[in-house]
Ligand binder design. Structure first.
Ligand code: SF4
Ligand code: ZN
Length: 323
């Protein structure tokens, strides 16, 4: 098959668009989608200047998504001093998994010459994920602990690093899965939160100034295309799966979506198009009627309980917060 754009040999076929593309037309098309998303979400503020740049903290795990995101953002803003990029990596303490992906992060940040910060559960909470899984005092899935700890560190360190925005590498498949899960679970609060986590950067969030706005510039790019991009550009992405991965429900939804996509190309895009509108409404409603958040007695994080979920879990697993 020939590339529909230039006639060279095609390396991929996107059923949802009907296009066959060669390597260079494909990588260009991914970059174009990311640029468009940055523009449409209004991520670059008009008042950013080289003297007072907008600081973007990227959650860099070393997996293909965050590595591709970091590389493309670097390429887009290399010549633009209005944007400052900082990479933030979280080490959960998972033997044989995170060490290799941290190496990928260090290598990429060094190659690009961008600031890179590494924080660990061990130093921050006094426990490693491997120990948490072993003890499991709350009888929960590993990811239920890990997600709370990671979110806390990402938010806290993003704020500490002076982030104006926090960016993560979620792709189209991740987003469509989350959308479908929220629907099937009937959880409107989750829908509202998902909207805030995906699109927060361009909405007026001044009513929630404790949170760093978030953005997901890869959310128009299917997972398979992110992987192909990493491969074609020879990026140092780490591909092993976490040994504690336990989101069984997400796996089922993923299979279902891939099947739907195969039979009805474009399903992921259409889910997201409709969902975003609904989620915006849910978010507005939720914020208006939402609870006023107080502060955690122990760590000061915003919460509607006395002690936030993270502090509760750190206690439960026998850890200790760093000073
Ligand atoms: Fe943590 Fe679960 Fe991700 Fe493993 S798969 S790093 S346990 S959230
Ligand atoms: Zn707390």
């Amino acid at each position: 098959m020939d590339c529909d754009k230039c006639g060279d040999e095609a390396v991929m076929h996107a059923a949802y668009s009907g296009l066959h593309m060669c390597g260079s037309c494909f990588t260009r098309s991914v970059e174009k989608r990311v640029r468009r998303r940055i523009r449409e979400d209004g991520l670059v503020p008009e008042d950013a200047t080289p003297d007072d740049p907008d600081t973007w903290v990227i959650g860099l795990s070393g997996g293909k998504d965050s590595v591709v995101l970091t590389q493309i953002l670097y390429d887009v803003f290399e010549q633009d001093p209005r944007i400052e990029l900082v990479a933030l990596t979280i080490h959960e303490g998972i033997e044989g998994y995170r060490d290799a992906s941290v190496e990928a992060c260090v290598e990429l940040a060094e190659t690009l010459g961008i600031r890179h910060e590494l924080v660990t559960y061990e130093e921050e909470f006094g426990v490693r994920m491997d120990e948490v899984v072993e003890d499991d005092p709350e009888e929960m899935a590993p990811c239920a602990y890990c997600g709370v700890f990671r979110r806390d560190l990402l938010e806290r360190y993003a704020a500490e690093l002076g982030a104006d925005k926090m960016l993560t590498g979620h792709n189209l498949d991740d987003e469509a899965q989350t959308a479908l899960m929220n629907f099937l679970e009937g959880d409107v609060n989750q829908v509202a939160k998902h909207f805030d986590a995906s699109l927060g950067a361009f909405e007026d969030r001044s009513d929630q100034e404790t949170f760093v706005p978030r953005a997901k510039p890869l959310r128009d790019v299917p997972e398979k295309e992110v992987a192909l991009y990493a491969h074609l550009e020879d990026l140092p992405a780490h591909i092993t799966e976490c040994p504690h991965a336990s989101e069984a429900y997400r796996g089922e939804i993923q299979e279902l979506l891939l099947k739907l996509e195969e039979n009805h190309p474009g399903t992921r895009h259409s889910i997201m198009a409709g969902y975003e509108e609904l989620a915006r409404v849910a978010s507005e409603q939720f914020r208006e009627g939402g609870p006023d958040l107080g502060e955690c007695d122990r760590c000061g994080a915003p919460t509607n309980r006395e002690v936030c979920r993270k502090c509760y879990l750190v206690d439960a697993v026998g850890g200790e917060l760093a000073d």
